[in-house]
Write a protein of this length. Structure first.
Length: 290
């Protein structure tokens, strides 16, 4: 806890303690890898058969942070002013080393106005009278199978304010519950995901052949792939002469993002990837198939 010259107290907490926004990027709509896969599948067609999308995760996170700043200022701070909240400063997104037990969370600093503690005690005395607040504490702050809680276990522990970070998080969360705004985190995630899919500048399209082939004639391969008759004839002639030599080709998986592994299921594309892996041009393939 810190106090500035204006006697406003501040607490550094996370969205795990005060779930006003949700920024988890593992297995959610905010996942950059899911975005890559979705955009790649949408973009890959006859005109762009070798194209795929990648996301700059740092830029992606910064866009989420910018959205969180606006969302919190517009939807969270105004409704919590009467409970003693002055403002919230978004800091950064923390990502766990492994996603076994937790997802990404947001770090921010909450600034509480003067006499906020008096307001906290007044509001907690009202919350004690409604069962939904006790139910929330029991459901979310008590130990249960697979979950060991470090949160305050009851109203007395919140008011005692022994663990400042967890107690301020619990208090502000109950305030959200009182405002029927406990689902703001889901609203933020969905709005942000929609925005990212339509406006993100963190994503860029790439071409497999341009990026990894170099001097091998990538454009001729693309022209070949787009000509159904030519690629089908070459495929069958090569298969008859050489067998399915491209079976088990792992060049795609080892060289490019997993978002386009769907291409490995395409036999003509697998043949081309095998050829590229072995430095063969389109002319070389025709000679092998002759």
């Amino acid at each position: 806890m810190q106090t500035n010259n204006n006697h406003i107290e501040s607490f550094s907490i996370s969205s795990n303690l005060f779930p006003c926004v949700f920024v988890g990027m593992y297995g959610t709509r905010l996942s950059p890898s899911d975005y890559e896969e979705s955009m790649s599948e949408c973009y890959a067609d006859d005109e762009h058969p070798f194209s795929y999308f990648t996301v700059d995760r740092d830029k992606w996170e910064l866009e989420i942070i910018d959205r969180a700043c606006d969302f919190i200022d517009e939807h969270v701070v105004p409704i919590l002013k009467k409970y003693g909240l002055d403002s919230i400063q978004v800091e950064t997104i923390h990502s766990p080393k492994y996603y076994n037990f937790e997802n990404d969370c947001m770090y921010f600093t909450v600034y509480m106005a003067e006499e906020w503690r008096t307001k906290m005690h007044e509001w907690l005395s009202k919350f004690r009278q409604e069962q939904k607040f006790s139910d929330y504490i029991h459901e979310h702050y008590h130990d249960h199978d697979g979950f060991w809680s470090f949160m305050p276990q009851n109203f007395d522990e919140i008011e005692a304010f022994g663990d400042e970070q967890r107690c301020i998080g619990a208090y502000l969360t109950l305030c959200l519950l009182n405002e029927d705004a406990i689902d703001l985190q889901d609203e933020f995630m969905n709005e942000t995901a929609d925005w990212l899919y339509e406006n993100s500048s963190a994503c860029s399209d790439k071409n497999v052949l341009d990026e990894y082939v170099g001097e091998v004639d990538g454009m001729k391969y693309q022209e070949l792939y787009n000509n159904d008759y030519r690629v089908d004839e070459l495929y069958h002639n090569l298969y008859e002469k050489q067998g399915r030599v491209w079976r088990g080709c792992d060049w795609l998986n080892s060289k490019v993002d997993n978002s386009i592994t769907i291409y490995s299921k395409n036999e003509a594309m697998s043949m081309i990837f095998w050829a590229v892996q072995n430095g063969l041009t389109v002319s070389d393939l025709y000679e092998l198939a002759a």
